[in-house]
Structure formats: C-alpha cells, structure tokens
Design a protein around this ligand. Structure first.
Ligand SMILES: Nc1ncnc2c1ncn2[C@@H]1O[C@H](COP(=O)(O)OP(=O)(O)OP(=O)(O)O)[C@@H](O)[C@H]1O
Length: 622
C-alpha cells in the first residue's frame, strides 16, 4: 500500500480545514487537547487525523489508532466517517469503541491477571441495578449511604482494597459491597464502575499488558472528553501516561451534561497538565448557518461569558422562521398542530421525515404515547429511539457491530442496484478477518457474493413475515460464521452479551417484516427511513438534523432549567446546536408555565408564536 508524504496529504471528503484544525492534526510530537464549540468539526478532525496518521505511515502497520467515545452512536459515527475516508487496506487499523466497551474488552481479555479475589469468572453479568435492587443491597451490606454515594465511593477507590489508605468504615463497606457483588448470587455481577476499577488495577499491576497496549496503539483519541469521569481519567493515565502514546482529546465544556454521573469539572485542564498537551481551540461552525449560530452564541455566552464567537460555515437553505417558541393553549392543540405541520413539511419535500428530530428532556415513552394518535392520523411514523427491543434500546441496537455487519448484507441482497451497501458489506466482512493481506479483498468479495445469492433466493421465495426473521438471521450469521463474528468484537465474546444483541436484531427485523409488503420496505423501516425520530437530549449528543423540535420548553417538563444550573443549561445548548437549519421549541400553557428567563435570554431572535408553527411559504411560491 503506497504511503502519502505528510506534506502532500490533503483532507479526505471535505475541501479544507481551518488553520487551527491543521495545527491539531499535524501535531504528533506532543499530546493535543482540542476544545471547541458545537459543530466545529471536532469529530471530523479526529476522522481526518486518523486518515492522516494511517495514510502517511506516521502510524505504521500493523499498529493501530484507538478512538474512545462515550456514546455508542459517537463511536459508530466516527468509525463510519473513517471508513468513508480511508482505503480498505488502512481502515482495519482504526478501532473506534466506547469507553465502556474498551474497559470491558480489557477485563474480558486479561481478567485472569487480576489478583484474588477480584478475578471474575468469564460468565459474570453486567449489572444495571434498579432503585429497589440497589436499596435491598444497601440494607444487606448495612450501608447508610445512598446508592449514588456508594457508587461514587467505588469509583473513587482503587483496587485492591487491601493496599488503600481508607477510613475503617469505608473499607468495611467497600469490602462488603465487592463481596456481595461477587458472591451474593449465582453469577458475579459487575457494574461498569467496577469494571473500570478492575481494568485500572490490572493495568497498574502488569507492566507487560501496559506495554502491549501501548505498542498496539501509538495514537489514542478521546472524543467528548468533557464527559470523562475521574475514574476513567485515572484508567487512561495508568494505561498511557507516561509513555510514547500520543493522545488527542476533543470536547466542549458547554456540552458537559454528565456531571451527575461524575464527569470531571475541569477535565481539559487536568488532561493538559498530566499529559503536557498542546491546547488548540477551533473557531468554525460547519453545522449551522449564521442565523442559528447567532442564537447559539446567546446561550454559549450565558454558559461561558468569555466564549469566542463561532464563524458559521453552513449556508441557510430555508425560508421563513428558523427558530421560535411555539406556544399552545392545551396539549391537544399542541400535538395536533405539530403533527399537521410536520406532515405539511414532509409532503412538501422540504425535508425528509428522518431529518427532523423531536427532542425531549426525559420520558420519551410518555411523549411517544401522547403524540402517537395525532401522528398516525397524519400518516407520520414516529420512531422512539429510547424504546427497548428485547434487552437493548433501539438506538443502541442500530449502532451495534452485528447490525452494521448484517444490514448492508441484507440491503445488497434485496437489490442488485445497491453499490454503497455492497461496498460497506465488503468492508465490514474484510474487517472481520483481522489480518490484511492482498488476497483478502478477493476472498471477501467471493464470500459476499455467495452470501447475497443465498439471501436473495430466500427473499425471492418468501414474502416478509415476522416468523421468518430468525431463519433469515441464521442464514446470514451461519453464512458469515458465528465464531468469526464473535471473535471480531470483544463485546460479543461472552455468550450472554452476543445473545442479547442477536435477539434484539431478530426482534426488530421481525417487527419490520410483519409491517411491510416487500423487502425494501422492511429494510427502510429497520433503518428508520421516512420516520421522525424521537429521543432524549442526552442521546442526541454528537448528532445533527436539518430541523430540531424540542418538545416541552416549560416549567413542568423542564423544571430544572434554571439560570445557575449549568448542567441543564448545557443540555439546552446541546439540543439547540443539533440543528443545521431550524430549531423550534414547544410550550403548552396546560402543562406548565413558560420559562421566562430563557425566553428573555433568547430575545427577539427566538420569538414566541402563539398557536404554533406558521406554514413555510417558499419565496418562489412553489
Ligand atoms: N472542515 C470541514 N469542512 C466541511 N464540513 C465539515 C468540516 N468539519 C466538519 N464538517 C461537518 O460539520 C458537521 C459538524 O461536524 P462535527 O460533527 O465533526 O462537529 P463537532 O464539533 O464534533 O460537533 P458537536 O460537538 O456539536 O457534536 C458535520 O456534518 C461535519 O461533516
């Protein structure tokens, strides 16, 4: 594979980078800490930097670039961007995963290296305790702390407990907790906080594992660094500091919405000091046009009065209002008008249904139930991404490795004219092979062809029916090789984890099959084409949509949105900045009072419109 000289390398898939982004991209002697506002291209910068490092050979084969994100969607989106930009021969050396997946992968691979009694059996379960379960455990171990306080204590305490300088009460409590999680039931139960502590302990105690990790990944990226907890940062420190590993962090303090989960208040400063990182701030906003960027700046300056004004790079492509607070008398009027406006927008072809997002602060299920009848009456399909499909949320399922592997194969089988699906299928199948030699692409092409022929035959002989979902998935999985799939993804090495995702996939496919007339429709439904997504702000991090509608900007839906509550203000900022062209908010008198100070902050730029949206009349009258 020919390498490009660093001085000849050009960004892939975009025309240019701003000067400061070039600086951050070319810096490879020193760690880099990039802070920048929403839409400034932080994730794009990471995708470009990975491309640069791999194409120039600065990260030489077989060494890899490891990108760690906090959300599954972010990890999947980054991976997809790099795959788009890199020739196949390089893309297998870009590894993108969530922090939790990374730590769990370390534990699963090296758990036997942990000291007794911390080495868990291979069949441990992941624990997401409900409030009742947590309270029962607190009573069992005699804790006077709340579940959250106990979790914070676990997160703050290194292992093994024997070596730590701890107050006697804390030590006894922690010992009781760890013992209860390991021995209180048939299988060991681990939370991600515990997994983090175990992985840190294992790396700290084993220089050989640290050295192997550093040798494999000379370049590490940390996306959305503002959401890193102290325990996660400690793990990164143990893994890579001091060492020759080059770390690039990117993030935005104004989008720090995980403080409740322990995100460090001054993470960028802490990182820069510990890793002697060069600090770079970006100025552009590539996502939103100037009118929206001006509104975003009002909120950004409220959060951080010293914030630099971003330079809007996106062209405005819509007429009429780009932002407003739609005020309704009652809830019925709110949902009816919203549904009829959305239907008009979608039918006019101004925007695709899946490019409009409905955001809520909390309780997506309740909002879904409230909106459903009016949406159905208008022929709009609402897709609640927070709902569960089996034991996984829909949003998570869509970004699972299994999904991104099987879906392109189904697409390539359902139509002989799906070149993109075909090349994604070949890329994903190549990545499964781990090794790269010149023969792999040819072999993979043959495999994909054989597989798509048999799936195509299955599709030709049957019409979509829910009961067939399992057989179709088995056909694919067996055709690829279930062992190969499970070996290639550390998260699937444990049977229970793989089974949960496979079952979720079968279940969603079955749902789509039962509601569709042909195979194209099945796959469109699966991917959410032509459906309006509904999600919480937390889940919308890192995403972007043509139009954003925030449902429930009122004192009841968002009682915690207070001027001094930075975390909530940051959430508001995240919601507002997902929009490329338009951002609207609904407020309903029957539900709660308007949030006066927010309306004052936004001023005339975001007017109150009584009765809801005004239909857009394009300038040319079309
Ligand atoms: N240099 C560039 N040229 C053209 N488009 C770009 C460039 N950088 C980023 N973009 C586009 O701008 C949008 C925002 O970029 P990106 O998602 O990387 O920003 P971000 O800083 O990570 O955003 P956020 O923090 O708000 O999630 C994306 O659609 C991306 O493809």
């Amino acid at each position: 594979m020919t390498l490009v000289r660093p001085q000849d390398w050009r960004p892939q898939g975009i025309a240019s980078l701003e000067d400061r982004a070039w600086e951050a991209l070319r810096e490879t002697d020193q760690c880099v800490c990039v802070t920048a506002g929403a839409g400034s291209g932080k994730t794009e910068l990471l995708a470009q930097k990975a491309t640069y490092l791999l194409q120039t050979g600065i990260c030489p084969a077989p060494k890899k670039v490891l990108a760690i994100s906090f959300k599954r969607d972010a990890a999947a989106a980054l991976s997809a961007r790099v795959r788009l930009r890199l020739p196949r021969a390089h893309s297998y050396r870009f590894v993108s995963m969530t922090f939790d997946a990374w730590t769990k992968g370390l534990l699963d691979q090296f758990r036997r290296a942990l000291p007794s009694p911390y080495a868990p059996d291979a069949d441990y379960d992941i624990s997401f305790p409900t409030r009742d379960i947590a309270n029962a455990q607190l009573a069992r171990i005699g804790s006077s702390l709340t579940a959250k306080q106990l979790e914070d204590l676990v997160a703050a305490t290194k292992l093994p407990l024997e070596g730590q300088d701890l107050p006697r009460g804390s030590r006894a409590l922690l010992e009781a907790y760890w013992q209860d999680q390991y021995e209180g039931r048939e299988t060991t139960l681990l939370t991600f906080t515990m997994i983090n502590r175990l992985a840190e302990c294992m790396l700290r105690q084993h220089a050989g594992i640290r050295a192997a990790l550093r040798a494999t990944y000379p370049f590490v990226f940390l996306d959305e660094f503002q959401d890193t907890t102290s325990a996660q940062f400690e793990l990164v420190g143990t893994a890579f500091c001091p060492s020759t590993t080059h770390i690039t962090t990117v993030g935005d303090d104004k989008q720090r919405i995980m403080g409740w989960a322990g995100a460090m208040p001054n993470g960028f400063q802490t990182f820069s000091e510990a890793f002697h990182a060069r600090r770079v701030s970006l100025l552009a906003n590539w996502r939103s046009h100037a009118d929206l960027v001006a509104i975003q700046h009002l909120v950004a300056a409220h959060i951080d009065p010293g914030v630099e004004r971003a330079e809007a790079k996106r062209t405005r492509s819509v007429d009429g209002q780009v932002s407003a607070i739609w005020v309704f008398r009652n809830r019925q009027a709110e949902v009816d008008r919203l549904a009829s406006w959305l239907a008009t927008e979608i039918r006019s072809g101004r925007v695709e249904a899946h490019d409009i997002v409905l955001l809520v602060r909390l309780h997506a299920d309740r909002v879904e139930a409230e909106l459903q009848p009016a949406f159905e009456a208008e022929g709009i399909v609402l897709r609640n991404l927070a709902r569960s499909v089996g034991e996984v949320t829909l949003q998570d399922l869509l970004t699972e490795e299994l999904t991104t592997l099987l879906l392109p194969l189904l697409r390539a089988s359902a139509s002989t004219r799906a070149p993109e699906a075909w090349s994604t299928a070949v890329e994903r199948m190549t990545a499964l092979r781990f090794v790269h030699d010149d023969d792999v692409p040819r072999r993979v092409m043959r495999d994909v062809e054989t597989l798509t022929i048999s799936v195509r035959r299955f599709m030709a002989e049957t019409s979509p029916k829910e009961a067939l979902a399992e057989s179709l998935v088995s056909l694919l999985v067996e055709g690829i090789g279930e062992d190969l799939i499970r070996q290639s993804t550390s998260a699937y090495q444990r049977g229970a984890d793989y089974g949960r995702i496979r079952d979720g996939f079968v279940s969603l496919l079955g749902e789509c099959m039962s509601a569709s007339r042909d195979w194209q429709e099945v796959l469109d439904r699966f991917e959410g084409k032509g459906q309006v997504p509904l999600m919480t702000i937390h889940k919308s991090k890192g995403m972007e949509f043509h139009t954003v509608v925030f449902f429930g900007l009122d004192g009841q839906s968002w009682w915690s949105l207070k001027p001094m509550n930075t975390e909530e203000m940051n959430s508001f900022f995240v919601a507002l900045t997902r929009a490329e062209q338009r951002a609207f908010f609904t407020c309903c008198a029957e539900r709660g009072r308007p949030i006066g100070w927010v309306e004052e902050l936004l001023g005339d730029a975001v007017p109150r419109v009584i009765g809801g949206p005004v239909d857009t009349i394009p300038r040319d009258g079309a």
